[in-house]
Design a protein around this ligand. Structure first.
Ligand code: ATP
Ligand code: MG
Length: 224
């Protein structure tokens, strides 16, 4: 369960270019929900997703994952939450281009503080789950956009996080690949994972159980 209470995000605080990107956002996301976040460019969608992913901080309010208050923690604790609870799919894939698909998927396993047995098998299982185990040994710079997106999703799920966050995961894909990727997110959700997808695409949003709309740093719809 995720609870955001009155979250304010200010970029460049106390500087001439100070900018408040979130003006007090509150919302709950329950375990197992499939949620879309929509809104115009610059509305604050990525800002919100980065806070949810524990890769960016906020100035005011509270963010809780289950019973943990995500605020003012040590870098080690943030890293641990990210590694154990969250799988993040970035809009531009953020893959290491000259690593193979398998090597990319192994990155979070190699970062983990816990001793993980059978890393390669786990990474192969994640690639299989997204339907590209046959591409394991291919360098990512030789893959298509849809294949890269699948590698990015495999990397996000390899640690079996309870929550998957995706920023415009279908933004760069053609219609057919986009609907295949959406099927993949839906099946991950059906397996019990919480999935939050930032999207511009109404076709993606309408497949989600709930659509949260952000406008100018505020939630304007979908928050029941
Ligand atoms: N690092 C930053 N420093 C200063 N301002 C920023 C920074 N990142 C984002 N902003 C500003 O915060 C606002 C929200 O940005 P954000 O990236 O969250 O928008 P978005 O809804 O994801 O837009 P898009 O659909 O174009 O990706 C924008 O006005 C943006 O210019
Ligand atoms: Mg964005």
């Amino acid at each position: 369960m995720i609870t955001l209470t009155n979250i304010k995000k200010v970029y460049n605080p106390k500087k001439a270019n100070e900018f408040e990107a979130l003006h007090g956002v509150s919302c709950d996301i329950k375990d197992g929900e499939l949620v879309a976040i929509i809104g115009k460019s610059g509305a604050g969608k990525s800002t919100l997703l980065h806070i949810l992913a524990c890769i960016d901080s906020y100035q005011d309010g509270e963010y809780r994952i289950d019973d943990t208050l995500v605020k003012g923690l040590s870098e080690r604790k943030y890293a641990r939450i990210r590694n154990e609870k969250i799988g993040m799919v970035m809009q531009d894939f953020a893959l290491v281009e000259d690593f193979t698909a398998l090597e990319n998927v192994m990155i979070p396993l190699n970062f983990s503080k816990k001793k993980i047995k059978g890393k390669k098998e786990k990474a192969l299982a994640a690639l299989k789950a997204v339907g590209i185990e046959d591409l394991a040994k291919k360098p990512c710079n030789k893959l298509s956009g849809g294949q890269k997106q699948r590698v990015a999703i495999a990397r996000a799920i390899v640690n079996e996080p309870s929550m998957i966050l995706a920023d415009e995961p279908t933004g760069a894909l053609d219609t057919k690949t986009s609907s295949e990727i959406m099927e993949l997110f839906k099946s991950l959700n059906e397996q019990g994972r919480t999935v939050v997808i930032v999207t511009h695409d109404p076709k993606v949003a309408e497949q989600c159980q709930r659509v949260i709309e952000i406008s100018d740093g505020e939630i304007v719809g979908g928050n029941e």
